[in-house]
Design a protein around this ligand. Structure first.
Ligand code: PMP
Length: 425
């Protein structure tokens, strides 16, 4: 047995090549606004808001109080059958009222991968219920990320997240379509046959795939394809929901009408594990009719009361502090800063949509090394697929901090010597 492996942490990291991270793991112990502290005494600017979730910043006492108050009264009660708890009811009402889907019903559970399972399983169940039993195929975008539970793994457009489980996908009948060209999407749909397609699932702005904002007209095109072919449009707003694009939902920014929205992260800014789905009347109505079936889904922690109380406090803070308006300003600052470095010959492209930025580097400058160097300088950024450095700090970030992290990316590039491509090959 490898010694470093045996003596290292008992905790098996997520999405990590273990031999590469052992001995260099960063253990975070405390959060304070836009910064986190580590066991080795460093204070780091959280330039990614964790995994795009810490939207109101870290360590807010008001959030801890909301959790403590709720736990002392009722930690949780399940929402199976006839039972509900008041906090879950309240959060669902709040989300329904904020969401751009009129008269929606809201399913609550514990995270983004869960939310995707809820949404896609529901999309399939819906067509079975309507007697359209051939409608089972779920289409997703190339380069998409929808979490790592069974459905998310199966529809993954980042191939490495789908490969190696013994079958092409865990859930049968999935296929991927082009992420930029709507005409290619039309051809994919026609090739499979729209009568076999249950749902199209898409992130409005692709996150993990490399911060890829939609081409003009692309999302509208997906909407049209869905509407014209009796296909449900499922938007994965796990990153974009609750303010990241300067709207409560990206659905509003792009003028869309999804049948189901998957949500998580920003609903609680990570202070509690919450996710879920917003479901349009067309989809929920048949399940509410007297002859309708049970939607057989739910977990012990669906509608967890303390998680919901914390999410409610988070939504209150976003509203009270005008953070969605602030995101619009921050988008402007980030656009200007990234625009000013985009002609740097070491940079292939910069991309911004909402307070969500990506710096795509030329291959000689590996994003992983640039992010490591930024970390040395006190700025957390994250390397993504496609040699991209992700910049998506909390909504409480100052203009100076935006300038600081972009400057850090450039100074990190100065330190990272270009890889000799000939040698690398
Ligand atoms: N969908 C999208 C678009 C995501 O970005 C993520 C997480 N990064 C997920 C789903 C999965 O969420 P979780 O990690 O909370 O399960």
């Amino acid at each position: 047995m490898n010694d470093a492996a045996r003596t290292g942490p008992a905790l098996w990291s997520a999405q990590a090549h273990m031999p590469s991270v052992l001995g260099r793991q960063i253990v975070v112990t405390r959060g304070e606004g836009n910064y986190v502290h580590t066991t080795d005494g460093r204070r780091l600017f959280d330039g990614t808001a964790g995994l795009w979730h810490a939207n109101i910043g870290h360590g807010r006492a008001e959030m801890a109080e909301a959790a403590a108050e709720q736990m002392a009264r009722l930690e949780t009660y399940h929402v199976f059958g006839r039972y509900l708890n008041d906090r879950a009811v309240e959060l669902a009402e709040r989300v329904r009222d904020l969401s751009p889907v009129a008269d929606s019903k809201v399913i609550l559970n514990s995270g983004g991968s869960d939310a995707v399972d809820v949404a896609l399983k529901l999309a399939r169940r819906y067509w079975q219920l309507l007697g359209r039993t051939e409608k089972t195929v779920i289409l997703s975008r190339d380069l998409s990320y929808h979490g790592l539970h069974a459905y998310g793994t199966s529809v993954a457009g980042i191939d490495v997240n789908r490969e190696g489980y013994g079958t092409e996908s865990l859930v049968a009948d999935t296929a991927r379509f082009d992420t930029r060209d709507i005409e290619k999407v039309r051809r994919t749909v026609a090739g499979i046959g729209p009568e076999r397609i249950a749902a199209i699932v898409a992130e409005p702005i692709q996150g993990t795939g490399g911060v890829i904002p939609p081409e003009p007209g692309y999302l509208e095109g997906l909407q049209r394809i869905a509407d014209e072919n009796d296909i449900l449009l499922v938007l994965d707003e796990v990153i974009t929901g609750f303010g990241r694009t300067g709207h409560w939902f990206a659905t509003e920014r792009y003028g869309l009408r999804p049948h189901i929205i998957a949500m998580a992260k920003g609903i609680s800014s990570g202070y509690s594990a919450v996710g879920g789905a917003v479901v349009a009347p067309e989809v929920w109505e048949p399940f509410y009719e007297s002859g309708g079936p049970v939607y057989r889904h739910g977990t012990t922690y669906s509608g967890h009361a303390t998680s919901a109380a914390v999410a409610l406090k988070n939504l209150e803070i976003i509203e009270r502090e005008g953070l969605i308006g602030r995101v619009r300003e921050l988008e402007g600052v980030l656009s200007a800063e990234l625009g000013s470095i985009s002609s740097d010959p070491r940079i292939a492209e910069t991309r911004v949509a909402g307070f969500l930025g990506g710096i795509e580097l030329r291959p000689e400058y590996p994003a992983e090394r640039v992010a490591d160097e930024m970390l040395e300088q006190g700025w957390i950024a994250r390397p993504l697929r496609g040699n991209v450095v992700q910049v998506s700090p909390p909504f409480t970030t100052t203009d100076d901090e935006v300038r600081g992290i972009v400057a850090a990316a450039v100074s990190a590039l100065d330190v990272v010597a270009p890889v000799d491509l000939a040698m690398a090959r």
